[in-house]
Design a protein around this ligand. Structure first.
Ligand SMILES: [Fe+2]
Ligand SMILES: [Fe+2]
Length: 189
């Protein structure tokens, strides 16, 4: 039986100066390992402040998923021989400071931090699956699965009172801007 013909448009060919496919995949793995590391540090910072409160089980569940995500991208770095971001020490402190700092403002602000960060990660992972197209199906499936987890974290944040945080639009706007900058830097440095 002949295969049904596909009418999806051809992908545009690479432009001069575009990173090679391998370099593009290396960048994806590098930035995702950095992002998952930052997420782990954010939740650790929040737990340092909110451990022992009713927020602890919620934060611990999200941290556990971030640890699974990180473990997977740590392994991808090794398997693909990709160097990690040089900025990991910065994300070690910045992630923890962001988590602890928002938690010090209260549980609602901690949840607002989660909503802001996870919305940016959701966009970021969506862009990556688009970029990968039909190449790297295994990596793409991983990103899609993790993206669903991050959307769940965002929803948890919203259900747990994120929008009651003081100055919610300003707070989330600042955290989103910082997260986008961190992504931009970790893709390149
Ligand atoms: Fe994650
Ligand atoms: Fe997450």
């Amino acid at each position: 039986m002949s295969k049904p013909s596909k009418t999806s448009p051809a992908k545009p060919s690479a432009l001069p100066g575009d990173p090679s496919h391998e370099e593009a995949v290396s960048r994806i793995v590098r930035v995702n390992q950095a992002g998952e590391y930052g997420a782990k540090r954010i939740y650790e910072g929040q737990l340092a402040v909110l451990g022992g409160t009713d927020a602890e089980p919620i934060l611990r569940e999200m941290l556990d998923q971030e640890l699974e995500h990180l473990e997977r991208f740590d392994q991808e770095l090794v398997d693909r021989k990709v160097r990690p971001t040089a900025l990991q020490p910065l994300w070690h402190f910045a992630g923890f400071a962001l988590g602890a700092g928002t938690a010090l403002l209260g549980k609602d602000a901690a949840m607002a931090c989660t909503v802001a960060v996870e919305e940016v990660i959701d966009e970021h992972y969506a862009a990556q699956t688009e970029e990968l197209g039909d190449s790297e199906p295994g990596l793409k499936t991983t990103i899609e699965q993790f993206r669903a987890d991050e959307q769940h974290h965002r929803d948890v944040g919203l259900n747990e009172g994120a929008e009651n945080a003081p100055a919610y639009p300003v707070l989330t706007g600042a955290i989103k801007a910082g997260s986008r900058l961190a992504i931009w830097l970790s893709t390149r440095v």
